[in-house]
Design a protein around this ligand. Structure first.
Ligand code: GLC
Length: 551
């Protein structure tokens, strides 16, 4: 089947975490005017879409992923007036705006929940998910993503309510048609205003398995996510309804965040026949280093498996549907620290990852700061971490009597705050992010790694991103062409072919700190682009990437 061409397939997305992007008021929090100030910079990368993490009114228990008013932009960020200016300024530059839509749960400070918790006969009660019980008998053994039970006691109604995340993020009851209507009206409100699409937060979790049976103790959290919390019995019915009721009326792009969505479930969410979403974010490659006890028990990345995940997902969506290509975001470590070498081969490995992102089939997502090779941080104490997930995991580890020195190392490796340190604009005190005290400490390497320095260095990661994005745009075979891994069993090289009737490309990456033999024997190829100035004919240098074209 011929793939349908679309603007959101041919483009590249830049993801902004607004509180860490650019502060124009000096209060230490990034804001919408900061984004407006940097639009020309973003445009200069060659991207054509910006996904902005939540900017709605929120008490910020989970940095905006707990929304108290879905039609209001937080005053911290500049309010609705600033948002309207942003949208205009983006459209004037031909940039599309993708909002975050967080409707698996609301904030407990949303007026729906404030009403709902008061009494069982309140009209909003059924907007949430309740279970009767007593303060000492919890409905089941389900654990929240951020530690502790998913159930929180509500004394006035003598019931528990369900929360997959913090207790300030009660899950909405999608079984209730009024809830669904409200959600579609919210989507319609923003699309009618002119926004171009949505990234839908944990959308795979909206349909609950309402028998709420205990999960076996032996089940890993990844399995619980897939089989118990995600992919519930009505999720596809809801997404089809959402599409029919509102999305289909606009030319909007949708990408669903899909915890628990694996190869078995993924294709259905994005099949054009099913008419649900355009893309999903799956986490097969980003949970690859989770050990037996999960995220904070990390194990080395299995490189063969890493490659296999990309091949399998490409195949799964080759005929119908579309992939999103990403290596990190605001919930994971920095990509150069996690998948590259952020010390000795910082420059080369960050460029390798850029080449990877821009040469696979699917829509690439670049997270703010990755285009200059921002790295993880390693704070000496948990007190310097802000993220609710990190802090809760720390408390749980302490309570379980874990070795906390070891755990701090795991935090250095895995904390979501690695990706949330302020954007590094220049070498000044607060990295040019703010004139005040940032809400979270800047990474001390901002004196070396920053946008201003990168602009002045012709060999910088930043200039390479621009070059790679332009290269992808100029060669639609890299967007739509077939993909085949040519050396799936090679322990260090990722080598693949991309081709269609417009061109054939050979891509090679060396994922290690040593040279790796690679004699390019296939005839007729000419090298087009790469991250080393003088490539060898016998081997790939440490973290070298190259793209050849059949001429
Ligand atoms: C998603 C968001 C994450 C948030 C969670 C709960 O995974 O990306 O930041 O904490 O959903 O809304």
């Amino acid at each position: 089947m011929k793939m349908n061409n679309n603007w959101w397939k041919e483009g590249v997305v830049y993801q902004i975490y607004p509180r860490s992007f650019k502060d124009t008021t000096g209060n230490g929090l990034g804001d919408i005017d900061g984004i407006i100030e940097k639009l020309d910079y973003i445009k200069s990368l060659g991207v054509n879409m910006i996904w902005i993490c939540p900017v709605y009114a929120s008490p910020n228990d989970d940095n905006g992923y707990d929304i108290s008013d879905y039609r209001k932009i937080s005053e911290d960020f500049g309010g609705n007036e600033a948002f309207d200016r942003l949208l205009k300024a983006m459209h004037a530059r031909d940039l599309k705006l993708i909002m975050d839509l967080v409707v698996n749960h609301s904030s407990d400070e949303h007026h729906w929940f404030e009403q709902a918790k008061q009494s069982k006969d309140n009209p909003y009660h059924d907007y949430y998910i309740w279970k009767e019980g007593t303060p000492t008998t919890i409905p089941n053994n389900w654990q929240s993503v951020f530690n502790g039970s998913v159930w929180e006691w509500n004394a006035p109604t003598k019931e528990y309510y369900l929360h997959y995340y913090t207790k300030k993020q009660p899950d909405l009851n999608w079984e209730n048609p009024s809830v669904r209507k409200e959600v579609y009206a919210i989507i319609d409100f923003w699309l009618a205003k002119g926004v171009d699409g949505f990234r839908m937060d944990v959308i795979s979790l909206i349909s609950k398995r309402i028998a709420f049976e205990n999960v076996p103790q032996s089940m890993s959290f990844i399995d619980v996510m897939e089989k118990v919390y995600a992919n519930g019995p009505r999720v596809h019915e809801y997404l089809k309804e959402m599409n029919r009721e509102v999305l289909s009326k606009y030319d909007a792009v949708t990408v669903g965040e899909g915890p628990g969505v694996n190869l078995e479930h993924g294709p259905r969410y994005v099949s054009t026949k099913e008419k649900e979403l355009n893309m999903v974010f799956h986490f097969d490659h980003l949970t690859i280093d989770f050990g037996p006890e999960g995220k904070y028990d990390p194990v080395p990345v299995d490189f063969l498996r890493f490659k296999e995940i990309f091949s399998q997902w490409d195949q799964a969506l080759a005929e119908d549907g579309w992939n999103s290509i990403f290596l990190g975001n605001h919930d994971f470590s920095r990509i150069v620290s996690r998948f590259g070498n952020d010390r000795k081969y910082h420059n080369a490995s960050a460029k390798l990852l850029a080449t990877l992102l821009m040469s696979l089939r699917g829509t690439p997502y670049v997270y703010q700061g990755d285009e200059i090779g921002m790295t993880n941080v390693a704070h000496p104490s948990i007190d310097l971490y802000d993220d609710v997930e990190t802090r809760n995991a720390w408390k749980a580890a302490e309570a379980a009597g874990k070795d906390m020195n070891q755990f701090l190392k795991a935090v250095h490796w895995q904390s979501r705050d690695n990706a949330r340190t302020p954007m590094q604009w220049d070498a000044s005190m607060q990295a040019g992010f703010s004139t005040g005290k940032p809400w979270i400490p800047v990474n001390e390497n901002h004196e070396q790694i920053n946008v201003a320095a990168a602009e002045n260095d012709p060999n910088s990661i930043l200039h390479y991103y621009r070059k790679m994005i332009a290269y992808r745009k100029a060669n639609p075979s890299l967007v739509y062409g077939h993909f085949e891994d040519l050396l799936p069993q090679h322990p260090y090289l990722f080598v693949y072919k991309r081709w269609d009737d417009k061109g054939t490309f050979l891509v090679g990456h060396n994922f290690r700190d040593e040279n790796t033999n690679w004699e390019q024997k296939e005839l007729g190829y000419k090298m087009d682009i790469g991250n080393y100035a003088t490539p060898s004919s016998q081997f790939l240098s440490p973290w070298e990437s190259r793209i050849y074209r059949l001429v």
